[in-house]
Design a protein around this ligand. Sequence first.
Ligand code: AMP
Ligand code: MG
Length: 488
Amino acid sequence: MPKLESLAFDNGFARLPEIFYSRVCPTPVPDPYLVCHSPQALALLDLDDSEIARPELIRTLAGNQSLPGMDALAALYAGHQFGHYVPQLGDGRAILLGEVKNAAGEGWEVQLKGAGRTPYSRGGDGRAVLRSSIREFLCSEAMHALGIPTTRALAIVGSDHPVYREEVETAALVTRLAPSFVRFGSFEVFYYRNQVEPIRQLADYVIARYYPELAARAEPHAELLREIARRTAELMAQWQAVGFSHGVMNTDNMSILGLTLDYGPFGFLDAFDPGFVCNHSDSGGRYAFDQQPDVAAWNLTKLAQTLVPLLSVETASAAIGDYPRQFGQAYLARMAEKFGLAAGEGLLPILTDALQLLAQNRVDYTIFLRRLCDFDSSPGAVNPPLRDLFLDRAAFDAWAARYAAALRQQGSVDAERGQAMRRVNPKYILRNHLAEVAIRRAVDERDYSEVNRLHALLSRPHDEQPECEAYAAEPPDWAKQIEVSCSS
Ligand code: AMP
Ligand code: MG
């Protein structure tokens, strides 16, 4: 495995004209130390795991040292935030160091989040605190392990440099990896400035780099929209199926590759609650759990609008017109798998009635689905562990009888179905209280063992890990007091 010195940089984004970014170097932090790292993410850069012990790598991930071939920059973008257009955002605290080409031929952009001020910092300090960095690190890697498209997190480096939020906290930098960090907002900024040429350049760049198969089509820009809509539909289906709430679905947080991007006040459902709002600052519930697929559709219209100067209104809207159907189909397919049912006529009522029952009885979504893997479909079976989750036992029994009948009708074999279901119904998710315990240890005691334990646990979310049974339990009462809100 190559060492740090042999990383091959090939900075595609930096070859675009300078209208798309500002060259800026990270601001060093005093005495950086490693908090945690992801060996799997390190391997994406072909780096041997032992490299993480090298001070040169820590200095690089702290922004204190640059490597030959890097070309650091902050990208320009705008975006609709909570429905309102904000003409200038941009990487206010993230700095793209460069893009590494690995031996498999993949390009991975390496970005430091919390690397200091940039021309887009507005009033901000360009920093991120350890608390929010731990949440981003753990969730990115957990989402990847769940099979959900996401930016990756390679490491967290901390420093005692003070960062002023509601209280004084300490600085940290998350090293993020993605093939591209281009967002819907990267297009919007030029549309609202009436600059058509940069829109064309960016669209052509995105096609050439990430959707090369579209270049030869009759209308590549329309095809690009269509493909982004398709990936977004797939992503929303995955979020809804796993019970993930992003919290800040502004267009500047929407990836043109259909990746989960920018982890802030996200939350996984505990008790099933369609109206769940994870972001404490989202008082109107704009980004409530059950709104996410529609918000993505709205965001896609904002993206499509930016390409109207290159297409036509009709072509652009037709290109995203399939989104509702694509989302519906993808979501239903995921849910059918999770319930171990074949797609078909009877599926939808069984699913919707189950979700309604879960909501009425405030049953834990993840625990329900995991126990459902052990469902006994024989006539008259009671399924006590599952049944015990419901206050309204009679309603559960009625539903379970219909579910059992559907399974028998489909010739489903309990043991086989259970095995397949356990591969799509995780036992372990990053519940807020689990992250909170790891954060408290890290922040208060400089003890990162819990961050590492959670990272390891969540890298195999579908496997039984008997020593970690407690991590699969419902949240304790104190978890209700945890509040998470925007950028920290
Ligand atoms: P977010 O809510 O993290 O997606 O951030 C929205 C915008 O605010 C982006 O342009 C960020 O770069 C910027 N931003 C957030 N926090 C900071 C900060 N501490 N310093 C500078 N810019 C920030
Ligand atoms: Mg953002």
